[in-house]
Write a protein that binds this ligand. Structure first.
Ligand SMILES: NC(=O)C1=CN([C@@H]2O[C@H](COP(=O)(O)OP(=O)(O)OC[C@H]3O[C@@H](n4cnc5c(N)ncnc54)[C@H](OP(=O)(O)O)[C@@H]3O)[C@@H](O)[C@H]2O)C=CC1
Ligand SMILES: CC(=O)N[C@@H](CCC(=O)OP(=O)(O)O)C(=O)O
Length: 343
């Protein structure tokens, strides 16, 4: 069995990692750590994780996390670097946070502030040659939730040269769990219920450079993306609408679908929906699936793609488990499902 520790077990990302690991046949769950909740039984914080209810959270230190084959980090930005440094090179460390996602130090400093911790193999196996880079890796940086869905919505069109890569637009609506469990005024029920709000508008959201970095792996041309996130009143899910001007006005919806179908034909978690059917967030809740549809708007001369993920599953914890499987040489889908919840 693979022994696994989870730091940030009291949080949303850590809790979802644990939910998935409880269904993983090769894993034994070891140390569970928290921050302010250290000393509290997990059952008081994550009542849905019944088999782990009596486990008491330990403080998040290198000592409590030592002695495991795999360590998942579900910590706030800036917390993973110092802990990871103290974990042995033989341990597989999978960071759900942003510390090791960006390769360029000046971009990190601009969007996050503080020193750049470095970059690790990037946990989006469906992108370019990332699956190979993840195989046997000992460090994995799990992507941000918006970059996952935005990258997968645009990658086939950019890679095939169907669209102008310097004029990409993504507008994405996220459920509130994307912001984490810690109390924040804008996440109060009275602010989020019956409300939709844009934020991070004008290229300032920290996921903009991550999307650019990803798509830049697919073309020699300059990638420019206008990314606008928004918060909508649902607990889980992201729906991203991506569009870009067509390079060749004769490209039609059938050609776009052909390109997307070929790009994702062998991907176990990315599903191009049947023609005419558009993604809904509900269909992917709890699953590691990405649902995707693409068409062409001939009047505006644009390709339009819509994609959904569960931000806590394929958008974080599902991707983390998928990457663990790849890194350890297990079948990639072990412990993961493409089956969502309904209604
Ligand atoms: N939510 C999402 O959809 C996504 C989240 N992520 C990333 O995953 C990471 C965790 O996010 P999320 O679970 O949403 O956040 P939460 O606020 O829900 O959880 C944060 C966790 O970190 C712990 N923690 C906070 N401060 C410290 C500290 N100083 N030392 C040790 N532990 C600490 C908390 O412990 P305690 O409660 O005990 O204080 C809690 O377990 C973040 O980096 C986030 O960016 C990535 C993609 C999507
Ligand atoms: C709704 C919401 O607030 N979402 C978060 C992104 C969640 C995510 O993927 O985050 P990290 O890059 O922090 O890991 C945000 O916009 O900051």
């Amino acid at each position: 069995m693979i022994s696994v520790a989870v730091a940030g077990a009291s949080g949303y990302a850590g809790g979802e990692v644990l939910r998935l690991l409880l269904g993983h046949p090769e894993v034994r769950i070891g140390a569970l750590t928290g921050g302010s909740n250290a000393g509290t039984p997990l059952g008081e914080l994550q009542p849905h994780l019944v088999p782990l209810a009596d486990r008491v959270l330990e403080p998040t230190t290198a000592e409590t996390l030592a002695g495991h084959d795999v360590v998942f980090l579900g910590l706030p930005h800036g917390q993973s670097g110092p802990i990871a440094q103290q974990l042995g090179d033989d341990v597989l460390v999978i960071d759900c946070g942003a510390d090791f996602r960006l390769t360029d130090a000046s971009t990190w400093e601009r969007f996050y502030g503080g020193d750049h911790a470095g970059s690790w193999p990037y946990g989006l196996p469906e992108l370019a040659d990332q699956r190979a880079a993840l195989t046997g890796a000992k460090r994995v940086a799990v992507p941000g939730c918006y970059p996952t869905v935005s990258t997968l919505a645009l990658a086939p069109a950019v890679a095939a040269g169907l669209v102008d890569p310097a004029a990409l637009v993504v507008v994405a609506a996220s459920g509130t769990s994307g912001a984490g469990k810690a109390a924040k005024p804008h996440l109060l029920g009275s602010e989020t219920m019956g409300n939709a709000s844009a934020y991070g508008v004008g290229g300032v959201h920290r996921h903009s450079p991550e999307i650019v970095q990803n798509l830049s792996l697919l073309t020699d041309e300059t990638i420019r993306v206008s990314f606008t996130p928004m918060l909508v009143p649902m607990p889980r899910g992201i729906l991203a609408t991506a569009s870009a001007p067509l390079v060749d006005a004769s490209t039609d919806a059938a050609r776009a679908r052909e390109v997307y179908a070929a790009a994702y034909a062998d991907e176990p978690f990315v599903h191009l929906l049947p023609e005419g059917q558009w993604p809904t967030t509900k269909a992917v809740v709890g699953s590691n699936a990405v649902h995707l549809q693409v068409t062409v708007d001939p009047d505006s001369g644009r390709l339009v793609a819509v994609a959904v993920v569960d931000n806590l599953a394929k958008g974080t914890a599902g991707a983390a488990v998928q990457c663990m499987n790849i890194a350890l040489g297990l079948p990639e889908a072990t412990g993961l499902t493409t089956v969502g919840l309904a209604p």
